[in-house]
Design a protein. Structure first.
Lengths: 255, 255
């Protein structure tokens, strides 16, 4: 299987509009971060998208991706769902409603935020989604076993997703001991890390992630959902403990 | 005053994800069209944004735009409003709610689609908007006189906006005789044109726009809200009647 980072940025993206800091003005492509999303390619070349934020169209075009078989949503925040309307070309081409897997709560929010996709008589050219409610237990789709990992993000629960020996967790500031059981000794752990120092009410910061790396002992850990406050990619990446890396847009991992 | 086209594409943008037609695979930057939006710069260098679609962040970054003083919305369709959350960096920097001018109906829809921006207790980092309901009569803001022009788009009304002797109309398939009075003998008329031939239930197509050009007699007419079915920019632009042009992303007009 393969995982490609379509975006590794926090909710405002990097650069931030109007910001003149050294990260936002860096010319290194690794310092340009779309909103966090990944594309999983299964053994049978099926495509599983995790999250569909505002950069979805650009992410698909830049990565020459032409298909999504199913989408998994981690939670309902704007930067993880608001690109759903841009799935229309894929929906029109396939002639099928786009299958979306998420919490019941997230599905309800999608219905509120894209009401025109769920009316009995739809506007010509409206998108069409097939919502699948999932709970915190493993499920199989596209011949692929997927294990949700429930984490806490400020005041809400968020699903991370585990495939084989890789787990992708974005938007967490707390993981319970029960859920940590699913994350022991992974080959690859992907974790959100918004900035370097100051604690954040909804996101891990670098010291939290280093502590989790030591505790959970994945072979490799990649940081994502990164803000401009984490610093320049090439400098910060070198300073991380061995086995830890900053992810960047376009990075591909085989697992 | 100046008007800059931040986007000149229809709701799916050009290229369309997964499309291999000659327009979608063209390497001419004029064939790459973000969703329709323009930035007006007033005599006092204030910034008026018209519409805030999914490409808003990219449009601001690519055009080195760092500020929006007010936003005018034409209507509530996804490709014209769904980027509003990406105004957050501007809202945080100014410390003020972003003023948005639109129909009452559109304001109600914004409240539904961005509910977390209108709750009494907001999530940390949520955007904040100041909604101003407008009607079909001239109003003055930022020392600038703005005249709405009400047009029909399938089954809904949409506002075009006129500044001095320029009018910007996107998403129309019908303009009443009363509203046409506002559009006589303009210096610049900007009109939506989705494709070349087949009639469309919600948008003007090229023969409609050519007929309006002859009827309303603007000195110049620019087409916007263009799909890949209109053809290659450089070829189609040459074939238009004298005084008519395809707009393209980044085009700037002084008026």
């Amino acid at each position: 299987m393969k995982l490609k980072f379509l975006g590794t940025g926090t909710s405002q993206g990097v650069p931030v509009i109007g910001c003149t800091c050294e990260v936002c003005t860096s010319e290194n492509p690794k310092d340009k971060r779309f909103r966090s999303s990944v594309m999983i390619t299964t053994e049978e070349s099926r495509k599983i998208l995790i999250d569909c934020g505002p950069d979805f169209r650009e992410q698909m075009l830049l990565n020459h991706e032409n298909n999504v078989d199913i989408a998994l949503l981690t939670h309902e925040h704007n930067d993880h769902v608001i690109g759903l309307d841009d799935m229309r070309p894929l929906i029109f081409k396939s002639g099928k409603d786009m299958p979306i897997y998420c919490y019941h709560r997230v599905g309800q929010e999608i219905k509120k935020r894209f009401p025109y996709a769920f009316t009995d008589v739809r506007y010509p050219g409206a998108p069409a989604f097939e919502l699948h409610e999932i709970e915190n237990k493993p499920f199989k789709v596209l011949d692929t076993e997927i294990t949700p990992v429930e984490v806490i993000h400020y005041k809400i629960t968020v699903f991370g997703y585990k495939f084989k020996n890789l787990a992708y967790i974005t938007d967490a500031n707390f993981i319970s001991d029960t859920e940590k059981e699913k994350l022991q000794n992974l080959d690859v752990l992907i974790l959100n890390c918004i900035r370097k120092f100051d604690p954040h009410p909804a996101h891990f910061v670098l010291p939290d992630v280093i502590a989790l790396f030591k505790e959970l002992k994945p072979k490799k850990l990649f940081l994502t959902h990164i803000s401009h406050h984490l610093g320049l990619h090439d400098i910060e990446d070198k300073d991380l403990p061995e086995g830890m890396h900053l992810a960047y847009d376009g990075l591909e991992i085989e697992f």
